[in-house]
Design a protein around this ligand. Structure first.
Ligand SMILES: [Zn+2]
Length: 415
Protein backbone atom coordinates (compact mmCIF):
# COMPACT_ATOMS: atom_id res chain seq x y z
CA UNK A 1 0.00 0.00 0.00
CA UNK A 2 1.12 3.55 -0.63
CA UNK A 3 2.01 5.50 2.46
CA UNK A 4 4.11 8.46 3.55
CA UNK A 5 7.28 8.66 5.64
CA UNK A 6 8.67 11.88 7.08
CA UNK A 7 12.25 12.61 8.07
CA UNK A 8 14.07 15.69 9.27
CA UNK A 9 16.73 16.79 6.80
CA UNK A 10 20.23 17.87 7.77
CA UNK A 11 21.43 19.95 4.83
CA UNK A 12 24.92 21.30 4.38
CA UNK A 13 24.98 25.12 4.14
CA UNK A 14 25.40 24.96 0.37
CA UNK A 15 22.47 22.54 0.05
CA UNK A 16 20.24 24.72 2.23
CA UNK A 17 21.01 27.72 0.05
CA UNK A 18 20.39 25.69 -3.11
CA UNK A 19 17.12 24.31 -1.73
CA UNK A 20 15.91 27.87 -1.14
CA UNK A 21 16.75 28.67 -4.75
CA UNK A 22 14.86 25.62 -6.03
CA UNK A 23 11.88 26.68 -3.94
CA UNK A 24 12.05 30.21 -5.33
CA UNK A 25 12.20 28.90 -8.91
CA UNK A 26 9.20 26.63 -8.31
CA UNK A 27 7.31 29.56 -6.83
CA UNK A 28 8.12 31.71 -9.86
CA UNK A 29 7.01 28.94 -12.22
CA UNK A 30 3.76 28.51 -10.28
CA UNK A 31 2.94 32.22 -10.30
CA UNK A 32 3.89 32.72 -13.95
CA UNK A 33 1.91 29.64 -14.95
CA UNK A 34 -1.11 30.80 -12.96
CA UNK A 35 -0.96 34.30 -14.46
CA UNK A 36 -0.85 32.78 -17.94
CA UNK A 37 -3.82 30.54 -17.19
CA UNK A 38 -5.81 33.50 -15.88
CA UNK A 39 -4.91 35.51 -18.97
CA UNK A 40 -6.27 32.69 -21.12
CA UNK A 41 -9.42 32.44 -19.04
CA UNK A 42 -10.03 36.18 -19.46
CA UNK A 43 -10.10 35.58 -23.21
CA UNK A 44 -12.39 32.59 -22.73
CA UNK A 45 -9.68 30.05 -23.58
CA UNK A 46 -7.92 27.30 -21.64
CA UNK A 47 -4.26 26.65 -20.91
CA UNK A 48 -3.07 23.13 -20.15
CA UNK A 49 -0.03 21.35 -18.80
CA UNK A 50 1.50 20.23 -22.11
CA UNK A 51 1.97 23.66 -23.76
CA UNK A 52 3.12 25.15 -20.46
CA UNK A 53 5.74 22.43 -20.03
CA UNK A 54 6.95 23.13 -23.57
CA UNK A 55 7.24 26.84 -22.84
CA UNK A 56 9.10 26.05 -19.65
CA UNK A 57 11.65 24.03 -21.62
CA UNK A 58 12.12 26.99 -23.98
CA UNK A 59 12.44 29.46 -21.11
CA UNK A 60 15.29 27.40 -19.69
CA UNK A 61 17.53 28.27 -22.65
CA UNK A 62 17.04 31.97 -21.88
CA UNK A 63 17.18 31.97 -18.09
CA UNK A 64 20.15 30.22 -16.48
CA UNK A 65 18.51 30.33 -13.03
CA UNK A 66 15.79 28.02 -14.37
CA UNK A 67 18.33 25.67 -15.91
CA UNK A 68 20.25 25.55 -12.67
CA UNK A 69 17.52 23.85 -10.63
CA UNK A 70 16.20 20.27 -11.12
CA UNK A 71 13.87 20.34 -14.14
CA UNK A 72 11.66 17.63 -12.69
CA UNK A 73 10.71 19.82 -9.73
CA UNK A 74 9.58 22.60 -12.07
CA UNK A 75 7.54 20.15 -14.14
CA UNK A 76 5.93 18.76 -11.00
CA UNK A 77 5.01 22.32 -10.01
CA UNK A 78 3.25 22.80 -13.35
CA UNK A 79 1.45 19.47 -12.87
CA UNK A 80 0.33 20.52 -9.40
CA UNK A 81 -0.90 23.80 -10.85
CA UNK A 82 -2.78 21.92 -13.55
CA UNK A 83 -4.46 19.69 -10.97
CA UNK A 84 -5.27 22.63 -8.68
CA UNK A 85 -6.89 24.58 -11.54
CA UNK A 86 -8.94 21.55 -12.62
CA UNK A 87 -10.09 20.83 -9.09
CA UNK A 88 -10.79 24.32 -7.79
CA UNK A 89 -11.04 26.52 -10.88
CA UNK A 90 -8.39 28.92 -12.16
CA UNK A 91 -9.67 31.89 -10.17
CA UNK A 92 -9.68 30.18 -6.81
CA UNK A 93 -6.11 28.90 -7.00
CA UNK A 94 -3.90 31.13 -4.89
CA UNK A 95 -0.64 32.85 -5.66
CA UNK A 96 2.40 31.59 -3.89
CA UNK A 97 3.49 34.68 -2.00
CA UNK A 98 7.04 34.70 -0.69
CA UNK A 99 5.97 35.44 2.87
CA UNK A 100 3.12 32.98 3.07
CA UNK A 101 4.27 29.97 1.08
CA UNK A 102 6.98 27.83 2.60
CA UNK A 103 9.21 26.31 -0.07
CA UNK A 104 8.24 22.81 -1.13
CA UNK A 105 9.17 20.79 -4.19
CA UNK A 106 8.88 17.19 -5.32
CA UNK A 107 11.23 14.78 -7.06
CA UNK A 108 9.40 12.06 -9.02
CA UNK A 109 11.08 8.84 -10.19
CA UNK A 110 11.64 7.51 -6.71
CA UNK A 111 12.72 4.13 -8.09
CA UNK A 112 15.97 5.74 -9.26
CA UNK A 113 16.80 7.20 -5.84
CA UNK A 114 19.59 5.57 -3.89
CA UNK A 115 19.17 5.39 -0.11
CA UNK A 116 22.05 4.63 2.24
CA UNK A 117 22.40 4.07 5.92
CA UNK A 118 25.14 6.29 7.34
CA UNK A 119 25.05 5.19 10.96
CA UNK A 120 22.50 4.28 13.62
CA UNK A 121 20.89 7.70 13.55
CA UNK A 122 21.36 8.97 10.03
CA UNK A 123 20.63 7.97 6.48
CA UNK A 124 21.15 9.66 3.15
CA UNK A 125 19.25 9.85 -0.10
CA UNK A 126 20.62 10.89 -3.48
CA UNK A 127 18.51 13.56 -5.14
CA UNK A 128 19.06 15.11 -8.60
CA UNK A 129 21.46 18.09 -8.48
CA UNK A 130 21.28 18.30 -4.67
CA UNK A 131 23.43 15.19 -4.34
CA UNK A 132 23.50 13.11 -1.17
CA UNK A 133 21.06 14.58 1.36
CA UNK A 134 21.52 13.54 4.97
CA UNK A 135 18.44 12.92 7.09
CA UNK A 136 17.61 11.62 10.55
CA UNK A 137 16.67 7.98 10.01
CA UNK A 138 13.85 7.88 12.55
CA UNK A 139 12.66 4.70 10.84
CA UNK A 140 13.98 2.26 8.27
CA UNK A 141 13.06 2.35 4.59
CA UNK A 142 14.20 -1.27 4.10
CA UNK A 143 11.93 -3.32 1.88
CA UNK A 144 9.92 -0.30 0.78
CA UNK A 145 9.75 1.01 -2.76
CA UNK A 146 10.18 4.76 -3.05
CA UNK A 147 7.76 6.48 -5.42
CA UNK A 148 8.66 10.14 -4.92
CA UNK A 149 10.42 12.46 -2.50
CA UNK A 150 9.30 15.93 -1.42
CA UNK A 151 11.38 18.52 0.39
CA UNK A 152 9.50 21.11 2.44
CA UNK A 153 10.73 23.78 4.79
CA UNK A 154 8.78 23.88 8.03
CA UNK A 155 9.92 26.83 10.07
CA UNK A 156 13.69 26.59 10.26
CA UNK A 157 13.88 22.91 9.34
CA UNK A 158 13.60 21.04 6.10
CA UNK A 159 11.52 17.90 6.03
CA UNK A 160 11.84 15.01 3.60
CA UNK A 161 8.50 13.35 2.83
CA UNK A 162 8.86 10.09 0.97
CA UNK A 163 5.95 8.40 -0.74
CA UNK A 164 6.58 4.66 -0.51
CA UNK A 165 4.92 1.38 -1.36
CA UNK A 166 5.37 -0.59 1.86
CA UNK A 167 4.52 -3.91 0.19
CA UNK A 168 1.64 -4.64 2.55
CA UNK A 169 -1.76 -5.74 1.31
CA UNK A 170 -5.20 -4.79 2.55
CA UNK A 171 -6.58 -7.68 4.64
CA UNK A 172 -9.56 -9.64 3.35
CA UNK A 173 -11.55 -9.04 6.51
CA UNK A 174 -11.05 -7.39 9.87
CA UNK A 175 -9.52 -9.47 12.68
CA UNK A 176 -12.48 -8.81 14.96
CA UNK A 177 -15.52 -9.15 12.67
CA UNK A 178 -18.70 -7.52 13.88
CA UNK A 179 -16.96 -5.12 16.27
CA UNK A 180 -18.02 -1.48 15.99
CA UNK A 181 -17.42 1.78 17.78
CA UNK A 182 -18.90 5.27 17.58
CA UNK A 183 -16.59 8.25 17.87
CA UNK A 184 -17.50 11.77 18.92
CA UNK A 185 -15.03 14.53 18.31
CA UNK A 186 -15.55 17.22 20.88
CA UNK A 187 -14.18 20.58 21.87
CA UNK A 188 -13.72 19.80 25.57
CA UNK A 189 -12.28 16.30 25.00
CA UNK A 190 -10.69 15.63 21.61
CA UNK A 191 -12.12 12.16 21.05
CA UNK A 192 -14.72 10.14 22.98
CA UNK A 193 -15.88 6.64 22.04
CA UNK A 194 -19.18 4.84 22.57
CA UNK A 195 -17.23 2.34 24.71
CA UNK A 196 -16.56 5.16 27.17
CA UNK A 197 -12.91 5.79 26.33
CA UNK A 198 -11.65 9.38 26.19
CA UNK A 199 -8.59 10.33 24.18
CA UNK A 200 -7.01 13.73 24.60
CA UNK A 201 -3.64 15.37 24.65
CA UNK A 202 -2.26 18.82 25.28
CA UNK A 203 -0.58 19.88 22.05
CA UNK A 204 1.22 22.90 23.44
CA UNK A 205 2.63 23.40 26.93
CA UNK A 206 1.71 26.54 28.85
CA UNK A 207 5.24 27.79 28.32
CA UNK A 208 4.95 27.29 24.57
CA UNK A 209 1.63 29.11 24.50
CA UNK A 210 3.14 32.06 26.37
CA UNK A 211 6.11 32.05 24.03
CA UNK A 212 3.87 32.02 20.93
CA UNK A 213 1.90 34.96 22.31
CA UNK A 214 5.07 36.91 23.10
CA UNK A 215 6.44 36.21 19.62
CA UNK A 216 3.19 37.36 18.03
CA UNK A 217 3.36 40.64 19.93
CA UNK A 218 6.98 41.06 18.97
CA UNK A 219 6.13 40.37 15.32
CA UNK A 220 3.53 43.14 15.26
CA UNK A 221 6.12 45.61 16.53
CA UNK A 222 8.89 44.77 14.04
CA UNK A 223 9.33 46.77 10.84
CA UNK A 224 8.09 45.19 7.61
CA UNK A 225 10.84 43.54 5.60
CA UNK A 226 13.38 43.75 8.42
CA UNK A 227 15.70 40.89 9.32
CA UNK A 228 14.30 40.95 12.84
CA UNK A 229 10.80 40.34 11.49
CA UNK A 230 11.94 37.37 9.42
CA UNK A 231 13.69 35.90 12.47
CA UNK A 232 10.64 36.33 14.69
CA UNK A 233 8.40 34.84 12.02
CA UNK A 234 10.66 31.79 11.73
CA UNK A 235 10.68 31.30 15.51
CA UNK A 236 6.88 31.50 15.60
CA UNK A 237 6.61 29.01 12.75
CA UNK A 238 8.86 26.67 14.72
CA UNK A 239 6.57 26.76 17.76
CA UNK A 240 3.53 26.15 15.57
CA UNK A 241 5.21 23.29 13.70
CA UNK A 242 5.95 21.48 16.97
CA UNK A 243 2.31 21.75 17.96
CA UNK A 244 1.23 20.49 14.55
CA UNK A 245 3.53 17.46 14.76
CA UNK A 246 2.13 16.50 18.17
CA UNK A 247 -1.40 16.79 16.80
CA UNK A 248 -0.56 14.53 13.84
CA UNK A 249 0.98 11.98 16.20
CA UNK A 250 -2.06 12.01 18.44
CA UNK A 251 -4.43 11.55 15.49
CA UNK A 252 -2.37 8.71 14.02
CA UNK A 253 -2.05 6.86 17.33
CA UNK A 254 -5.73 7.18 18.22
CA UNK A 255 -6.77 6.14 14.70
CA UNK A 256 -4.49 3.10 14.93
CA UNK A 257 -5.95 2.01 18.27
CA UNK A 258 -9.53 2.39 17.10
CA UNK A 259 -9.07 0.60 13.77
CA UNK A 260 -7.03 -2.26 15.25
CA UNK A 261 -9.89 -3.32 17.51
CA UNK A 262 -12.93 -2.37 15.44
CA UNK A 263 -14.27 -3.61 12.11
CA UNK A 264 -16.49 -0.54 11.85
CA UNK A 265 -15.75 2.97 13.08
CA UNK A 266 -18.59 5.49 12.88
CA UNK A 267 -17.80 9.20 12.90
CA UNK A 268 -19.80 12.35 12.43
CA UNK A 269 -19.73 13.86 8.99
CA UNK A 270 -18.44 17.22 10.12
CA UNK A 271 -17.96 19.93 7.58
CA UNK A 272 -14.98 21.49 9.30
CA UNK A 273 -14.56 24.08 6.54
CA UNK A 274 -18.13 25.30 6.89
CA UNK A 275 -18.15 25.08 10.66
CA UNK A 276 -15.06 27.19 10.97
CA UNK A 277 -16.07 29.80 8.41
CA UNK A 278 -15.54 33.28 9.75
CA UNK A 279 -18.50 34.74 11.58
CA UNK A 280 -17.47 38.26 10.65
CA UNK A 281 -19.97 38.54 7.79
CA UNK A 282 -19.95 41.44 5.34
CA UNK A 283 -20.21 45.21 5.78
CA UNK A 284 -23.91 45.11 4.85
CA UNK A 285 -24.64 42.10 7.03
CA UNK A 286 -22.20 42.03 9.93
CA UNK A 287 -22.06 38.71 11.76
CA UNK A 288 -23.23 38.20 15.33
CA UNK A 289 -21.21 36.81 18.23
CA UNK A 290 -18.02 37.10 16.19
CA UNK A 291 -15.64 36.68 19.13
CA UNK A 292 -17.45 33.59 20.44
CA UNK A 293 -17.46 31.99 16.99
CA UNK A 294 -13.80 32.66 16.35
CA UNK A 295 -13.02 31.13 19.75
CA UNK A 296 -14.95 28.00 18.80
CA UNK A 297 -13.18 27.95 15.44
CA UNK A 298 -9.83 27.94 17.16
CA UNK A 299 -10.98 25.13 19.43
CA UNK A 300 -12.27 23.03 16.51
CA UNK A 301 -9.16 23.51 14.40
CA UNK A 302 -6.99 23.12 17.49
CA UNK A 303 -8.26 19.61 18.19
CA UNK A 304 -7.45 18.47 14.66
CA UNK A 305 -10.83 17.09 13.64
CA UNK A 306 -10.07 17.04 9.95
CA UNK A 307 -6.67 15.47 10.53
CA UNK A 308 -8.27 12.75 12.63
CA UNK A 309 -10.67 11.82 9.82
CA UNK A 310 -7.72 11.59 7.42
CA UNK A 311 -5.67 9.52 9.87
CA UNK A 312 -8.64 7.19 10.37
CA UNK A 313 -9.04 6.64 6.61
CA UNK A 314 -5.32 5.95 6.34
CA UNK A 315 -5.18 3.50 9.26
CA UNK A 316 -8.38 1.73 8.13
CA UNK A 317 -6.66 0.57 4.93
CA UNK A 318 -4.33 -1.64 6.96
CA UNK A 319 -6.92 -3.32 9.18
CA UNK A 320 -9.86 -3.63 6.79
CA UNK A 321 -11.94 -1.34 8.97
CA UNK A 322 -14.96 0.34 7.41
CA UNK A 323 -15.27 4.02 8.25
CA UNK A 324 -18.90 5.13 8.24
CA UNK A 325 -19.89 8.79 8.28
CA UNK A 326 -23.27 9.88 9.60
CA UNK A 327 -24.93 13.32 9.76
CA UNK A 328 -23.98 15.17 12.92
CA UNK A 329 -27.41 16.66 13.69
CA UNK A 330 -28.82 16.20 17.22
CA UNK A 331 -26.33 13.54 18.33
CA UNK A 332 -25.45 15.66 21.35
CA UNK A 333 -29.06 16.34 22.39
CA UNK A 334 -30.58 12.86 22.25
CA UNK A 335 -30.48 10.45 25.19
CA UNK A 336 -28.73 7.30 23.97
CA UNK A 337 -30.80 5.14 26.37
CA UNK A 338 -34.42 6.29 26.00
CA UNK A 339 -34.09 8.35 22.83
CA UNK A 340 -35.59 11.47 24.37
CA UNK A 341 -34.45 14.60 22.56
CA UNK A 342 -34.07 17.82 24.52
CA UNK A 343 -31.39 20.53 24.27
CA UNK A 344 -31.80 21.05 28.02
CA UNK A 345 -30.44 17.55 28.65
CA UNK A 346 -27.03 18.91 27.81
CA UNK A 347 -26.35 20.20 31.29
CA UNK A 348 -22.88 21.51 30.52
CA UNK A 349 -20.11 21.01 28.00
CA UNK A 350 -19.12 17.78 29.78
CA UNK A 351 -22.31 16.44 31.43
CA UNK A 352 -25.42 15.01 29.79
CA UNK A 353 -28.41 14.45 32.10
CA UNK A 354 -31.57 13.18 30.40
CA UNK A 355 -34.60 15.33 31.27
CA UNK A 356 -36.85 12.26 30.91
CA UNK A 357 -35.06 9.23 32.40
CA UNK A 358 -32.58 11.25 34.50
CA UNK A 359 -29.62 9.14 33.33
CA UNK A 360 -26.34 11.06 33.60
CA UNK A 361 -23.33 10.43 31.40
CA UNK A 362 -20.30 12.12 29.90
CA UNK A 363 -21.86 14.27 27.17
CA UNK A 364 -19.39 13.20 24.49
CA UNK A 365 -19.77 9.48 25.31
CA UNK A 366 -23.55 9.84 25.05
CA UNK A 367 -23.09 11.50 21.65
CA UNK A 368 -20.69 8.73 20.56
CA UNK A 369 -23.35 6.12 21.42
CA UNK A 370 -25.87 7.98 19.26
CA UNK A 371 -23.35 8.15 16.44
CA UNK A 372 -22.72 4.39 16.68
CA UNK A 373 -26.46 3.67 16.56
CA UNK A 374 -26.87 5.91 13.51
CA UNK A 375 -23.91 4.26 11.80
CA UNK A 376 -25.18 0.73 12.43
CA UNK A 377 -28.56 1.76 11.02
CA UNK A 378 -26.79 2.93 7.85
CA UNK A 379 -24.77 -0.28 7.45
CA UNK A 380 -27.82 -2.48 8.12
CA UNK A 381 -29.61 -0.74 5.24
CA UNK A 382 -26.87 -1.56 2.76
CA UNK A 383 -27.87 -4.42 0.46
CA UNK A 384 -24.54 -5.32 -1.04
CA UNK A 385 -21.63 -6.12 1.24
CA UNK A 386 -18.61 -4.09 0.18
CA UNK A 387 -15.01 -5.25 0.15
CA UNK A 388 -13.26 -4.77 3.46
CA UNK A 389 -11.50 -1.48 3.96
CA UNK A 390 -13.74 0.45 1.62
CA UNK A 391 -15.17 3.37 3.48
CA UNK A 392 -18.93 3.47 3.38
CA UNK A 393 -20.49 6.85 3.40
CA UNK A 394 -23.52 8.71 2.28
CA UNK A 395 -21.25 11.56 1.23
CA UNK A 396 -18.08 11.54 -0.79
CA UNK A 397 -14.99 10.10 0.81
CA UNK A 398 -11.54 11.58 0.36
CA UNK A 399 -9.88 9.82 -2.55
CA UNK A 400 -7.62 7.04 -1.37
CA UNK A 401 -4.45 8.27 -3.00
CA UNK A 402 -4.52 11.93 -2.08
CA UNK A 403 -1.10 13.05 -1.00
CA UNK A 404 -2.49 14.79 2.06
CA UNK A 405 -3.80 11.42 3.16
CA UNK A 406 -0.74 9.44 2.26
CA UNK A 407 1.67 11.74 4.02
CA UNK A 408 -0.10 11.24 7.32
CA UNK A 409 2.29 9.44 9.62
CA UNK A 410 1.09 5.87 10.10
CA UNK A 411 0.74 4.49 13.59
CA UNK A 412 4.08 2.74 13.34
CA UNK A 413 5.99 5.91 12.54
CA UNK A 414 4.15 7.86 15.20
CA UNK A 415 4.73 5.37 17.99
ZN1 LIG B 1 -33.19 9.28 28.70
Amino acid sequence: MLTGRRFRVEFTDAQAEFAERIGAACRAVWNTGLEQRREYRRRGAWMNYQPQAKELAEAKTEHPWLKDVPGHCLQQTLMDLDRACREHGTWRVRWRAGRRWSPSFRFPEGSKMAVDKLNRRHGRIKLPKLGWVKFRASRSLDGETIRSATLTREGRYWVLSVLVDDGRRAPEAHQVPGSAVGVDRGVATAIATSAGALFDRQFATNGERRRALALQRKLSRTAKGSANRAKTRAALAGVRARERRRRLDFCAQTAHRLTATNATVVIEDLKTKQMTKSAKGTIDQPGRRVAAKSGLNRAILGKGWHQFALALASAARYTGTAVVKVPAAYTSQRCSLCGHMDPKSRESQAVFRCTQCARAEHADVNAAKNILAAGLAVTACEDQPRPAGRARSSTQEPAGNREELLLQPTAASAA
